[in-house]
Write a protein that binds this ligand. Structure first.
Ligand SMILES: [Zn+2]
Length: 603
C-alpha cells in the first residue's frame, strides 16, 4: 500500500492522543534515564536495556537491533498488526471515534461504509444472543448443554457465546423499528429475505460463536445446532468483513500465546479451541470448516514459525496432507500434523487425557513433508524395490513441484526447500531439481537455463545495490539538512526511488511532508510510513545522519547516480516504444504490398 492516501490529520490526532511512554509501559518496564526512558527491547533477546523512548520526541529506538518508530509503529510491530489495524486499535484506546480508516481516494459510499455497518449489526446481534444465553429461563437449557460439554460458564462468558433462540423472528422483530436494520441484517447474512417481502432469522436454535478479527471486531458467526438440524454447523456467509479462508476462530484471544510460543495450533472445532484455553493451552485457533489455506498461513506467519494441525484421525490427516504440504512450501512456514488417539477430537481428548498429554501431542507432531513421504512409502509397501521407490519419489515431488512453481518463492527459499527435499528423499539436490523440472516441463515450456538465470540475477542485484546506496544517501542528507530539499526535488522526484519498497515508501513520506509544508519531524515521518520495514529504515538512516559529517559533499554524486538510472530507464522505454513504431511501419508496408492482391481477390 502506498503512503500518501491517508487522512494524516486523523492519524496525527491518534498519535498525539496515545502517549508513547504510556503505551510502551503497558508492554515492558521503562525506567527514567536522563531525558529519556529505557527498557528491555521486546524485538530482540535483550539482556541490558537497549530500548530508548523519548517522551519529548515521542519516538522509540533500540540501539542493539535497530528497531524504531513512533507509538503506532511500536504497537504495529509488537502486536503484528497491519497499519490500518494499528490505527483502529490506538483510536479505540484513546476513545477517538473513527469511521473505518478510509483512504482519501474512496468515496463516501462503497465497501468501507458497508463494513462499518456490518460490524455494528454483528455487534448488535451478538449482544442479543448473549442476553438470550444468560436470561434465567430462555438460556437455561443451553447453559446446561455448555456445561455438559465440559466448558465452564466463565469461559462461555469470556468468549461471548450466545444463543440464537428457536424462533423465526428473534433478531428481525427486535430490528423492525430500527432504520435499515433489516437490510443490514440481510447483508450480514443474519437474516434471509422472504419472497413475499420481509425477512426471517437465519440462525435459529443454535449456540452462537462470535468470530473476531485480530483487532477484536466481530466479523462473523459460527452456529452449532441445538436441535436435529442436519446442518450441524452453520457460518455467516462471506461479506466484505468476513472471508472464511482468511479468518481463524480464536485468533484474537490466542495471538499473544501464539506469538510467545512461536507455534500456532490449528484444530477443527470452536469448542476444541475453547477447551484448549480452559486447559491452559492458549496458542490454539480453528480454521472455519475449511482446510488450512494460504490466507490462514499468511496470517499465522505474522505470529508463529510453526503451525501444528491436529486431526481426529490419520484418515482426515492423509486427506489434508497434500494441501498442507503446499501451504508449507509456498508460505515458507513449518507445518506439522498431529492425530488425537482413537479418533477423539481435541475437546474430548483434553477432557480425558489432560493438559500434559495434549501438549505432548503438539510437541510430537510430525513434519508434513516427512508424513507425506512415509504415507507414500507405506502405499508402495515400504518402497522395497527400486521401481517402487522411484515411483514414490515421483509422486512426492509432484506435490512439491506445484508449490515450487509458485511465484511467491524466491531463489533463496527455493534453494532451502530443494536441500530439504534432497535430505528427506535421500537423493542429490540436482536429482531433485531434475525430477521437478521434468514434472513442470509437462505443464509449461522449460525456463531459461539456470546458469544464465543466476548470472542475470547477480548483475541485477549489484546494480540495485548501487542505486539503493545513492537513494539512501539522498534521504540521509535531506534528514540532516531539510533546507537542501529543493535542490533534491528539482533533480529527482519521489517516483524515482525504488525498487526497494522501504526506500520508496520513505521517500514518498518525506516528499509528502514537504509538499504540505509540514516541518520535517521524526514522529510525523514515522506516522506516514505504513510498513515496519520503512520505519526501521528511517531509524537506521537517522542513526547514520547522527554519525556522518560529510553528508552534503555526497549529495551531488548520489543525485547524479539516480538521475543516470532514471535517464537510462527512460531511454529503454523510448526504445521499446520505437520498436513498436517499427513493427507498425513494417506491418503497414506489408499491407501496402499485399494491397493489390487483396483487391484482386475481390475484398
Ligand atoms: Zn532491540
Amino acid at each position: 500500500m502506498l503512503a500518501g492516501k491517508w487522512d494524516y490529520n486523523l492519524i496525527s490526532r491518534i498519535q498525539q492522543a496515545n502517549d508513547i511512554v504510556d503505551v510502551i509501559s503497558e508492554h515492558l518496564n521503562l525506567e527514567k534515564k536522563g531525558k529519556e526512558m529505557v527498557g528491555l527491547c521486546p524485538f530482540h533477546t535483550d539482556h541490558k536495556p537497549s530500548m530508548f523512548v523519548s517522551p519529548v520526541k515521542q519516538i522509540f529506538k533500540c540501539f542493539a537491533c535497530g528497531a524504531g518508530g513512533d507509538v503506532l509503529k511500536f504497537v504495529q510491530m509488537r502486536e503484528n498488526l497491519t497499519f490500518p489495524e494499528t490505527v483502529r486499535r490506538l483510536a479505540q484506546r484513546a476513545g477517538i471515534e473513527i469511521e473505518p480508516p478510509r483512504r482519501r481516494s474512496d468515496g463516501p459510499e462503497g465497501e468501507q461504509l458497508d463494513s462499518s455497518k456490518l460490524e455494528k449489526i454483528n455487534a448488535w446481534a451478538l449482544k442479543n444472543w448473549v442476553e438470550n444465553l444468560w436470561h434465567p429461563e430462555t438460556g437455561a437449557a443451553v447453559r446446561k448443554y455448555i456445561t455438559d460439554r465440559g466448558l465452564s460458564e466463565d469461559l462461555a462468558r469470556k468468549w461471548q457465546l450466545g444463543f440464537a433462540a428457536d424462533t423465526w423472528d428473534d433478531l428481525t422483530s427486535k430490528a423492525a423499528h430500527k432504520n435499515d436494520a433489516a437490510k443490514y441484517l440481510t447483508q450480514a447474512g443474519l437474516a434471509v429475505q422472504r419472497e413475499q417481502g420481509g425477512c426471517y432469522d437465519k440462525f435459529r436454535n443454535r449456540l452462537m460463536f462470535p468470530i473476531m478479527d485480530v483487532t477484536g471486531r466481530v466479523i462473523g458467526f459460527g452456529g452449532r445446532t441445538l436441535g436435529d438440524d442436519p446442518a450441524k454447523y452453520m457460518n455467516s456467509p462471506a461479506t466484505v468483513l468476513f472471508d472464511k479462508s482468511h479468518s481463524l476462530y480464536g485468533l484474537y484471544q490466542s495471538r499473544q500465546a501464539i506469538s510467545q510460543s512461536g507455534t500456532a495450533v490449528v484444530v477443527e472445532g470452536y469448542t476444541d479451541v475453547m477447551m484448549a484455553h480452559q486447559f491452559g493451552v492458549e496458542n490454539v485457533v480453528a480454521a472455519l470448516g475449511t482446510s488450512l489455506t494460504n490466507g490462514h498461513a499468511r496470517i499465522l506467519r505474522r505470529y508463529a514459525k510453526r503451525i501444528v494441525l491436529i486431526f481426529d484421525s490419520d484418515v482426515a490427516g492423509k486427506a489434508a496432507a497434500d494441501r498442507a504440504m503446499e501451504v508449507c512450501l509456498e508460505q515458507k512456514i513449518d507445518v506439522r500434523l498431529a492425530f488425537a488417539p482413537n479418533g477423539k477430537d481435541p475437546c474430548d481428548y483434553l477432557l480425558e487425557a489432560g493438559t500434559e498429554a495434549f501438549k505432548d501431542l503438539i510437541d510430537t507432531a510430525e513434519d508434513v513433508l516427512e508424513f507425506k513421504w512415509s504415507v507414500l512409502n507405506e502405499q508402495l509397501e515400504g518402497g522395497q524395490n527400486l521401481s517402487d521407490r522411484t515411483e514414490a519419489i515421483r509422486r512426492f515431488l509432484q506435490t512439491a513441484a506445484l508449490a515450487l512453481q509458485s511465484r511467491q518463492m524466491d531463489s533463496v527459499s527455493r534453494t532451502v526447500v530443494l536441500g530439504r527435499l534432497s535430505e528427506l528423499l535421500g537423493i542429490s539436490v540436482s536429482r531433485v531439481e531434475q525430477e521437478i523440472a521434468m514434472i513442470l516441463k509437462k505443464k509449461r515450456r522449460r525456463p531459461q537455463s539456470n546458469d544464465e538465470d543466476a548470472q542475470a540475477t547477480q548483475d541485477f542485484e549489484e546494480r540495485q545495490d548501487l542505486v539503493s546506496k545513492a537513494q539512501r544517501e539522498i534521504l540521509e542528507t535531506v534528514l540532516a539538512h531539510p533546507d537542501c530539499f529543493p535542490r533534491v526535488s528539482e533533480r529527482v522526484s519521489a517516483g524515482d526511488f525504488g525498487p526497494n519498497e522501504a526506500l520508496r515508501e520513505l521517500a514518498q513520506a518525506i516528499y509528502g511532508l514537504f509538499a504540505e509544508g509540514i516541518p520535517l519531524q521524526l514522529s510525523q515521518l514515522y506516522s506516514r510510513v505504513e510498513s515496519a520495514a520503512a520505519a526501521n529504515l528511517l531509524t537506521e538512516l537517522q542513526t547514520a545522519v547522527e554519525q556522518k559529517t560529510n553528508l552534503l559533499s555526497q549529495l551531488d554524486g548520489a543525485l547524479a547516480a539516480l538521475e543516470n538510472r532514471t535517464h537510462s530507464r527512460r531511454i529503454q522505454l523510448l526504445k521499446q516504444g520505437m520498436d513498436k513504431d517499427n513493427e507498425l511501419k513494417q506491418m503497414l508496408s506489408q499491407i501496402a504490398q499485399k494491397g493489390p492482391n487483396l483487391r484482386n481477390a475481390g475484398i
